[in-house]
Ligand binder design. Structure first.
Ligand code: ZN
Length: 193
């Protein structure tokens, strides 16, 4: 059902080039982020706006707040725990951004190293994608919500994707886990702030 509704939301804008790109990760993630920025994912608030009748608009994970796009992927307590783990892994302060849009656009990261910036952007996008996917698995397949498992999945997937798409990459898994900022980039040190 989620897939059908997602499809409905996306087909209204049937421009095949409607995406944003980061060539370190699969195109499907750029498409997803493009939809997130335009509020074209099937959260309860967006379904309600499109005239779909629902019993409740509350977030199915915390049952406390209307499920908006920002809430589902960024400000829900369940999502914040994931973001907090990812920021800790990257040794970045919390909170980094006040809104999902700001986070996606990475306006909060100041670094002269464009490779690092691009890798960080990839991590942010993959995190959004896997938080949304995990929410759907919990809601529709009744899977559990395990913060540490989701964080691990983000680390594994981003490593595989980025390593496979990087030329002459000598990235090691151990280095990626323990010091992602130095493992992803050559040269200049990471400078958050
Ligand atoms: Zn919530």
């Amino acid at each position: 059902m989620a897939k059908t509704i997602d499809d409905k939301l996306i087909t209204r804008e049937s421009n095949p080039s409607a995406t944003i790109r980061n060539n370190l990760i699969p195109l499907k993630i750029g498409i997803f982020i493009w939809r997130v920025l335009r509020k074209r994912i099937a959260t309860k608030e967006e379904l309600d706006r499109r005239g779909i009748d629902l019993d409740t608009l509350l977030c199915p994970i915390c049952n406390d707040v209307v499920e908006s796009v920002d809430h589902a992927i960024y400000s829900c307590k369940s999502a914040k725990e994931i973001w907090s783990g990812i920021l800790k892994w990257w040794n970045l302060p919390l909170p980094l951004s006040s809104t999902l849009e700001e986070m996606i656009k990475c306006s909060c990261i100041a670094t002269k190293n464009s490779r690092k910036k691009k890798v960080w952007q990839a991590i942010v996008w993959v995190t959004c994608y896997l938080i949304w996917k995990s929410r759907n698995l919990k809601v529709f397949k009744k899977d559990g919500w395990a913060t540490s498992k989701i964080i691990s999945e983000i680390q594994v997937k981003s490593f595989e994707w980025i390593k496979n798409r990087s030329r002459n990459s000598s990235m090691s898994w151990h280095h990626w886990l323990t010091s992602p900022t130095s493992s992803c980039a050559l040269g200049a040190s990471f400078d958050p702030g």
